[in-house]
Design a protein around this ligand. Structure first.
Ligand code: GLP
Length: 248
């Protein structure tokens, strides 16, 4: 697709259609700069009366370990700032792993149980890290991994440092849905924009299916849509038109 705006527009249309298609929808949400224009469009659609989140439920992919929900660098804060504060989504139906949990292993199990109790995720939104990560599943993550505590790569900590005003690096650890957890979503929508994602997209789509590129695991799923702008698609072996739609 032409640019990041076109990607956000098409992705928003997909989320809007999903929200309208059922009485209650369970969304899997992601954070990051790529997602912000998509959320802005969802807020605009809500304000225009086109959609409501009243009966929706959400599960975020990840959160930094040791970062409190009210800390500005947290993904809790990101979600409030970009989506939750401006829509009618019920706060008690939004879920984000608790990075401050004393026992992250129990928190991870609790999170998995909550997703299961909600009947699973209908549509999982995903971005991709420049190193091919999805959620915070860094290279080397097992495709069978579930929600757990992880150590972040130096490059990821550097790339996300901007959310932590006084720090050169984002926190060292996080809690993330696992790759197997992500693959259980009924449908997945991955969006990628910018040249810095080109190598990761090429590895995910054209490279070997391997934990070296966690996003390559998405090829195991039967209902994944990938939307890239031209820059993010620039290293792909083939470029089918203005969007890429492949079945696993
Ligand atoms: C983050 C998140 C991912 C996100 C990715 C890309 O750290 N944990 O869920 O998709 O890295 O982020 P960005 O869109 O800012 O490039």
């Amino acid at each position: 697709m032409r640019d990041a705006d076109a990607v956000a527009e098409r992705a928003a249309a997909r989320v809007i259609a999903t929200l309208r298609s059922a009485e209650a929808t369970t969304l899997g949400l992601a954070t990051g700069t790529t997602m912000a224009p998509l959320y802005a469009r969802l807020v605009a659609a809500y304000r225009a009366g086109e959609i409501s989140f009243r009966t929706a439920c959400s599960f975020n992919l990840d959160e930094y370990a040791g970062v409190a929900p009210d800390s500005p660098g947290s993904f809790h804060a990101y979600m409030r700032k970009h989506l939750f504060a401006f829509t009618d989504i019920e706060p008690d139906r939004t879920h984000i792993p608790d990075g401050t949990a004393r026992d992250i292993t129990s928190e991870a199990a609790r999170y998995e149980a909550l997703i299961a109790a909600a009947g699973g995720i209908d549509l999982q939104l995903l971005g991709i890290g420049a190193n091919g990560h999805i959620g915070f599943n860094e290279p080397g993550s097992d495709f069978a991994s579930r929600t757990r505590e992880v150590k972040l790569d130096e490059a990821t900590r550097l790339g996300n440092a901007g959310n932590f005003p006084d720090s050169a690096l984002a926190p060292e650890r996080a809690i993330t849905m696992g790759i197997a957890t992500i693959l259980e979503a009924r449908s997945i929508l991955l969006i990628a924009t910018g040249r810095e994602k080109a190598a990761a997209m090429a590895a995910a789509i054209d490279g070997p299916m391997s934990p070296a590129c966690p996003a390559s695991a998405l090829r195991l799923h039967g209902d994944v849509h990938i939307l890239c702008d031209e820059a993010a698609a620039s290293a792909l072996a083939s470029r089918p038109g203005d969007g890429i739609r492949r079945r696993a």
